[in-house]
Design a protein around this ligand. Structure first.
Ligand SMILES: C[S@@+](CC[C@H](N)C(=O)[O-])C[C@H]1O[C@@H](n2cnc3c(N)ncnc32)[C@H](O)[C@@H]1O
Length: 352
């Protein structure tokens, strides 16, 4: 999730965006319209209305019946969806706008849009707790964001990992791929719900994978669908040959300590693979991409909050283009660093 740190990957722009306010709408109101539209979509999703509308054209009463939802709520929701451009209306019959189907049925390939609706709802629920942390300057509890939020985050990047992690990101380093094919021990640090761990384990059945995360609830979810060559734990083993840190490094509250532990655990020739959002490090260049708003706001609300610790916030954020990360890697004894600009807006570091 390019959330600035963990950020939403940039989906391929669609040529025509039905329902978007035209360019004459003042910025503030265009944003307000978009916020309300997405909130309404997420709300209707939770009430079963999104699925009911996707079943096919229908009157408001029919769609309410399909969703087992209140008729007035359904009518209001359908009108809001027409106003937002997600639905079409013709003489009392509603249908999904054909241009919007992929976003509403979850088939959009680059990112799990339905997970994003869960994310929007879960983030809304966490705002008071996040504000408490930011105002008090305290370090967050490990479970500040909660299971619903963690579950949504775990799904957002799953399509990207399925499509690009093995064939593009890891394939950029022949030696890493050869090791994984031959069979090795891999720690996926900050694995969350294990989407990436699972993709790697299925692609490299002769290797052994250990997904590690401090979030025990996320690990429980990960275990449910894990192939046989994967296990999960809240702490890494004493040694391993390869470590992946995918969209997680900027979340670590004590990154230098993590790097020191990894350096001690990797044998000579061991390799660390870190994927972080591929900012240029130039605010003017980076913010020219409208999707950067998603990444930066997510960093503010989520990544930067997780990165706080009693001894100070992790200052190694990807927005500097990787300068601080490279410095930290060198200080931890990683002398050879190569990078690959990976699909989905991530920069992949191979550190040895
Ligand atoms: C944005 S999520 C990424 C999860 C997963 N790699 C993915 O891309 O779907 C960041 C993860 O880092 C984990 N995390 C944060 N600090 C950690 C630490 N010190 N040790 C292990 N995991 C940590 C969080 O619990 C969270 O699951």
């Amino acid at each position: 999730m390019r959330h600035g740190g963990s950020r939403l990957s940039r989906p391929t722009p669609v040529a025509t965006v039905a329902g978007m306010p035209d360019s004459g709408t003042p910025r503030f109101f265009a944003d307000l319209i978009s916020w309300y539209a997405l909130e309404a979509l997420a709300f209707g999703d939770a009430l079963g209305l999104r699925s009911a509308l996707l079943q096919g054209p229908g009157t408001s009463a029919e769609i309410a019946l399909r969703a087992d939802a209140d008729p007035r709520t359904t009518a209001t929701w359908l009108a809001a969806m027409v106003a937002a451009g997600y639905a079409k209306h013709d003489t009392g019959v509603f249908r999904v706008d054909p241009d919007q189907v992929a976003f509403l049925d979850g088939s959009f390939p680059a990112v799990d849009t339905l997970a994003l609706l869960d994310f929007v709802r879960a983030m809304g629920a966490r705002v008071p707790a996040v504000l408490d942390v930011l105002r008090s300057g305290s370090a967050p509890d490990h479970d500040l964001f909660g299971a619903e939020f963690g579950e949504a985050v775990g799904r957002v990047n799953a399509p990207l990992y399925a499509g690009a992690l093995v064939t593009d990101w890891l394939a950029a380093d022949d030696e890493v791929t050869a090791r994984l094919e031959a069979g090795t021990t891999v720690v996926d640090l900050g694995c969350g719900s294990g989407a990436a761990t699972r993709v790697m384990a299925e692609a490299f059945p002769t290797s052994t994978f250990i997904g590690v995360d401090r979030d025990a609830a996320a690990l429980d979810r990960a275990r449910r669908t894990a192939p046989g060559n994967v296990s999960f734990a809240t702490a890494p083993p004493a040694s391993y040959q390869v470590v992946t840190i995918l969209d997680s490094f900027h979340h670590f509250a004590d990154p230098d300590a993590v790097l020191a532990q990894i350096r001690a655990a990797l044998p000579p020739g061991g390799v660390m693979v870190i994927a972080e959002s591929s900012y240029e490090g130039d605010i003017d260049v980076d913010t020219a991409d409208p999707f950067s708003v998603i990444g930066l706001a997510s960093a503010l609300l989520y990544c930067d909050v997780e990165a706080r610790s009693p001894s100070g916030t992790n200052q190694i954020a990807p927005q500097d283009g990787g300068v601080a990360l490279r410095r930290a890697l060198a200080a931890a004894g990683f002398s050879t660093i190569t990078t690959h600009e990976g699909t989905g807006g991530y920069r992949v570091y191979f550190a040895r």
